[in-house]
Design a protein around this ligand. Structure first.
Ligand code: UDX
Length: 445
């Protein structure tokens, strides 16, 4: 098949690499620098398998990066993967969707020979596919030539290609059978698991399914964090054991019960907010999701309180934050809990050093202020530090171990926001505290 991907972001690049294993892919973006970069096989995103996959496919002509000024030619499927950021007033900003749809429809004679399907993959409020795409296609009397599908993406950053190649399900919100079958065929040729379920539903159900999936996962995390607060007040209780027991019920599953610093990233916070807003505009209250947000927003403050309890006044003291990426395996800092922790610590007068093996000061320049430094040199960040909070569970911290990690600190206080060392023996002169278990008495200091 000939597949046009519109938008060379995280999802667009990943889908291009995936589809290029069986299809001829054209990757369109308005960002000249990005297209130039991809043309020489460089990837703008850090993802396992993507750098090599992109380089190979571009070299072999299986992915053709183009700008809107280039000729594109006929396609069987056009997949819109542009961003839908949150605008400052909390609304979902659909301007990139609108402009992608306008570009496609204005060039439909160039892009569509007898029949093609336009797939909207970007996360959007329910009803967007109909109001932005289906209605326009009808108005332009293109319905006999253009099929329409809303097809959400469930990939995670850090394992994007693996997730996209092996999804639990493919949700296809199609307007008719022909559109559904064309998109199903496109996937069948590239997916590793031949028994992947293809779920057929309306575009509106598929749009809501994406919001609901992310909201549910985020709710699991907040639920676990709420139970962790209770576990901390119960001697001998441990949140990991509690949730291991809860998750062993096959109706629940133990995934996404990891408690600690809370969730961040480009999806969970934005999608919950998008769904809450969508519902509240219809006078539907979402107390579960509001509480999910509230529990999550309290996590950074909780870790700071744990630290202050041990180190006292932070004014003028060097404090280290371990990890800035919103999770390991990526350099993405969007909605990272570390950024909130940085604000809280600076407000208390601390001198904050942030260590991250991947995020550079360039990625984070707008967040850096006086008394905030980022470095990939772990020893430099830890030396003479009065206390440290582990926020992102980069494997390097576990590999180095608690003893070596805290060795150069002036006061060996480590607050573990990801329970990395929760099951390890604490060296005698290290004060270690994590979430979901009662703080130990002074013997561990
Ligand atoms: C998420 C969804 O998992 C994915 O299906 C969707 O397409 C996009 O949003 P992503 O944001 O890449 O993916 O990361 P994910 O691995 O889900 O983690 C999100 C956040 O939750 C991270 O900050 C992570 O640290 C946190 N998290 C995750 C927890 O705090 N506890 C957990 O148990 C799992």
């Amino acid at each position: 098949m000939r597949v046009l991907i519109v938008g060379a972001g995280w999802v667009g690049i990943t889908m291009s690499v995936l589809f290029s294993s069986s299809h001829k892919v054209t990757l369109l973006d308005i960002d000249e620098q990005r297209i130039e970069q991809i043309s020489v096989g460089e990837t703008p995103i850090v993802e396992p398998g993507i750098t090599e996959g992109l380089l190979e496919s571009v070299k072999e002509g299986l992915i053709r990066p183009v700008l809107p000024s280039d000729t594109i030619g006929y396609q069987d499927v056009i997949v819109i993967c542009v961003g839908t950021p949150e605008s400052p007033d909390g609304q979902v900003d659909l301007q990139y969707i609108e402009s992608a749809i306008n570009t496609i429809l204005s060039r439909i004679d160039e892009l569509c020979y007898e029949y093609c399907v336009v797939v909207l993959k970007s996360t959007v409020p329910p009803g967007t596919t109909r109001s932005f795409l289906i209605n326009q296609v009808k108005e332009n009397q293109l319905d006999d030539r253009v099929g329409i599908v809303f097809n959400p993406e469930f990939l995670r950053e850090g394992s994007a290609l693996a997730d996209a190649s092996n999804p639990d399900r493919v949700v296809i919100g199609a307007i008719d059978d022909q559109s559904f079958n064309q998109v199903r065929t496109m996937y069948e040729q590239v997916l590793l698991n031949k028994s992947t379920p293809y779920l057929s539903m309306s575009p509106e159900s598929a749009e809501l399914c994406k919001y609901a999936s992310n909201s549910f996962l985020a709710m699991k995390i907040s639920f676990s964090n709420e139970i962790a607060n209770v576990a901390e007040s119960v001697p001998y209780a441990d949140i990991d054991d509690v949730m291991r027991g809860v998750g062993a019920d096959h109706r629940i599953t133990a995934k996404f019960f990891g408690s600690g610093a809370g969730f961040g990233g480009s999806c969970f916070p934005k999608d919950i907010q998008g769904l809450v807003r969508f519902a509240e505009e219809r006078s539907i209250q979402m107390p579960l999701l509001r509480a999910t947000q509230q529990v999550n927003s309290q996590r950074p403050k909780k870790l700071v309180d744990m630290l202050v309890k041990k180190t006292g006044n932070l004014h003028g003291k060097k404090i280290t934050l371990l990890g800035l990426a919103f999770k390991p395996g990526t350099n993405d800092i969007r909605e990272s809990p570390t950024l909130r922790l940085l604000d809280l610590l600076l407000e208390l007068g601390a001198k904050v050093w942030i260590h991250d093996p991947l995020v550079t000061s360039m990625d984070v320049s707008k967040h850096l202020r006086e008394n905030a430094t980022i470095s990939a040199e772990l020893e430099e960040c830890m030396r003479e530090s009065h206390g440290c909070i582990l926020v992102t569970d980069w494997p390097i911290y576990l590999e180095i171990g608690l003893e070596n990690l805290t060795r150069f600190m002036s006061k060996r206080v480590l607050i573990d926001g990801r329970r990395v060392f929760a099951t390890q023996t604490t060296p005698n002169d290290v004060f270690y505290q994590t979430v979901g278990i009662q703080a130990l008495e002074s013997g561990k200091e």
